[in-house]
Unconditional design. Structure first.
Length: 159
């Protein structure tokens, strides 16, 4: 009876290894996703431990749930609600202003009749969303370098 169980385990282990070898390129394609998941979703959870410490410039002291006690006693004193109202206000302001500015810009962009100018403006606006900020900064650095025409024109007109 034991012999049968060990044969099944060896067979399934061998089969698993064969599948891993067969689909190894799929695993390599999945690897960046897995690394990003770990870096941006699980590593920040390490910071949760800071909620249980009191930090000073040169030492840290474990205080347990004291910070949470301060937070919820702040509810009765009003400090918590003031911070909560400020957070809600900033969030809604960000959402509303973001939507209003985007809609106004879209309407203004829609009124441009010259197709080339419209496409150029759209490209300039959408470019940072698709490129890294380092690449965008490098492009602007190249455009605005002293040897370029933009820099010479701005010096000529504005000194």
């Amino acid at each position: 009876m034991q012999k049968v169980e060990t044969q099944v385990k060896k067979y399934s282990k061998r089969k698993t290894i064969e599948k891993i070898k067969k689909y190894r390129y799929h695993y390599f394609m999945f690897l960046p996703v897995f690394v990003m998941l770990i870096i941006f979703h699980y590593l920040p959870m390490v910071g949760i431990r800071y909620a249980f410490y009191e930090f000073t410039p040169f030492k840290k002291k474990f205080i347990g749930l004291e910070n949470f006690k301060d937070l919820f006693t702040g509810v009765s004193s009003g400090r918590f609600w003031k911070a909560f109202r400020n957070t809600i206000f900033l969030s809604f302001s960000n959402i509303i202003l973001g939507i209003v500015v985007c809609v106004i810009f879209a309407l203004l962009l829609n009124e441009i009749y010259n197709v080339r100018i419209k496409r150029f403006v759209q490209t300039v606006i959408y470019l940072p969303h698709f490129l890294s900020w380092v690449v965008v900064a490098s492009i602007f650095n190249i455009i605005l370098s002293p040897q370029r025409i933009c820099k010479q024109l701005t010096r000529q007109f504005w000194g």
